[in-house]
Design a protein around this ligand. Sequence first.
Ligand code: TYD
Ligand code: MG
Length: 454
Amino acid sequence: MAKIKTVFICQECGNDSPRWMGQCASCGAWNSIVEETPLSVAHARGALSKIQIMNGGKPIRLDEIGSELEIRIPTGVPEIDRVLGGGIVQGSVVLVAGDPGIGKSTLMTELALYLKNRSILYIAGEESPSQIKMRVKRIGDTGDHLALLAETNVESIIHTVLDDPPEILIVDSIQTLFSSDVQGAPGSVAQVRESAAALIQLSKSSNIAVFLVGHVTKDGAIAGPRVLEHMVDTVLYLEGDRHHAFRILRAVKNRFGSTNEIGVFEMTETGLSAVENPGRVFLSDRTDESPGAVVVCSVEGTRPILAEIQALVAPTSYATPQRTATGYDARRLQMLLAVLEKREGMRLSGNDVFVNVAGGLRLSEPAIDLGIVAAITSSFRDLPVERSTVLIGEVGLSGEIRAVSHLEQRLKESANLGFTCALVPSSGLGDKRPVNGIDVQALETIHDLIETIF
Ligand code: TYD
Ligand code: MG
């Protein structure tokens, strides 16, 4: 018998190599390479060969493709529809990723419950059907239209689906599935990739919308295979802090829509409820001022969200001071600290610096730089910033404050939420009309900022 050829696959990034190595040549991870049987074997036989290939495998001209290819199923929940780019696209594959326990199964159950008049099959790989029924009850529904299948073998799932194709297939989770054609335990790169490939092919050939739930590992990659991200049409991350009620659904890849949209949800006793006006949910109700706390306005997708930034600068007891950022990019924090030190002569090297975006929110937009700088300075000098002030602006390496997009929209939302003063970049302000109810102060450098607020 011919020797079965094996490949060595990195469990972190999915890169394959012909021999074992201590460090992955692609992602640099150590000891992540595991020997597996090649994937192509499974493609050639088993369930996959039973799926007919679209159009008999012949090339197809663009003008022969009907526009009906992109049919969308609106979920009726604006928060979900917006993130998906206007509803679920038939025949598309969506990966819903997130930390364990963040609410992925809850979100998928609710999605299924919203779509009352659609046929839905829910593959329960992690929980028993009775557990899912309990969740449906908790959400306050009967879920009579929902069909459950407790099965983890991909071939069996495909057989069941082909017998009676649903419009929407929910797989919870992809890490529990296994294909009998591939070696390795469920959850290994080979199994996850193979199972996903089979379901993607099923989705495309039978025009079924497929949702794959995927757990994220500690370092943020979708368990093992980041490979899934390029195989699917849409990647959604459900994020948030488990100790806070708010959850954010964010599209990081979307072949059918914009990737900068977010949906805001609140985890309640009866499931996830959509927060349609998230403007102020991330602001605390505190009315007194405390050093280190400021409010910024970040545009997430198309909507401005006001959020509170907290900074703590405290003398360090270590040789190397700590710099910790929660909900914000730690490298950007390092950069802003260097700018403060170099341009303003602030002696931060003997201090630990902690920055936190309140409410479990994660902000990546540069427009909140100004707020971070103000929060750090405020804590360093132990002087509070007025509660009614909102800060908007990007900070450059020479300490200049740079223009941001959607300035007018940010100012309007801040005024709506009762802020009376806004510190904004002077560049980009141009001849824009003033916004009602908010006093706009234009700044050129962080030096101006420090002089204005303290
Ligand atoms: P779950 O959807 O099971 O998380 P995941 O599938 O991402 O692992 O949700 C887990 C948490 O959500 C769990 O700790 C309980 C909580 N929860 C509520 O607070 N309210 C609810 O109505 C439901 C269904 C869950
Ligand atoms: Mg789950």
